[in-house]
Design a protein around this ligand. Structure first.
Ligand SMILES: [Fe+2]
Length: 131
C-alpha cells in the first residue's frame, strides 16, 4: 500500500473517531436538557460541544483544502450553520430560555447526523480514492 493510501485511510479513521466524540457530546447535551439538569451542567455540556466542534471542523476543513476538495464551500457552510446554531443555543441558555434550548439541540443533533451521513461520507469517499 502506498504512503498516500495509508495517509488517506488514517485520515478517514481519525475523522470517524472525531465524529463519534462529537455525537457523544451532542447526545450528552440532549440528555442533560431532556432531564432538566441544572443550568451550569447544561452550560458545561454546551461549551465542551462548541469547543470540540470548532476543532473538529477546522481539522476537516484543513484536510479538504489539502485534497483541493471541490465541494469545500458548500461543506463549510454546513459547519458554519452548526456553529451558529450552537452559539444561538448558548445565548438562549444564558438568557434562561430553556424551552427554546430543548427543541434546538434536537434540531442540531438531527442536522449533524444528516451532515455526517451525506456530506462527510461523500468527502470520505473522495479521500479514500484520492492519490
Ligand atoms: Fe463536515
Amino acid at each position: 500500500m502506498s504512503d498516500i493510501s495509508e495517509f488517506n485511510k488514517s485520515a478517514n479513521a481519525g475523522t470517524d473517531r472525531e465524529h463519534e466524540v462529537q455525537l457523544g457530546l451532542l447526545e450528552a447535551l440532549c440528555q442533560a436538557v431532556r432531564e432538566g439538569r441544572d443550568a451550569q451542567s447544561v452550560a458545561l455540556n454546551l461549551a465542551q460541544l462548541r469547543s470540540y466542534s470548532e476543532a473538529h471542523f477546522a481539522s476537516e476543513e484543513l484536510l479538504m483544502r489539502l485534497k483541493s476538495y471541490e465541494d469545500y464551500a458548500t461543506h463549510v457552510e454546513d459547519h458554519e450553520r452548526m456553529l451558529d446554531a450552537l452559539r444561538d443555543i448558548a445565548d438562549d441558555h444564558a438568557l434562561g430560555k430553556s424551552a427554546l434550548v430543548a427543541g434546538n439541540v434536537e434540531n442540531v443533533l438531527e442536522f449533524i447526523q444528516w451532515h455526517i451521513a451525506t456530506r462527510d461520507r461523500k468527502f470520505a469517499d473522495m479521500v479514500r480514492s484520492s492519490k
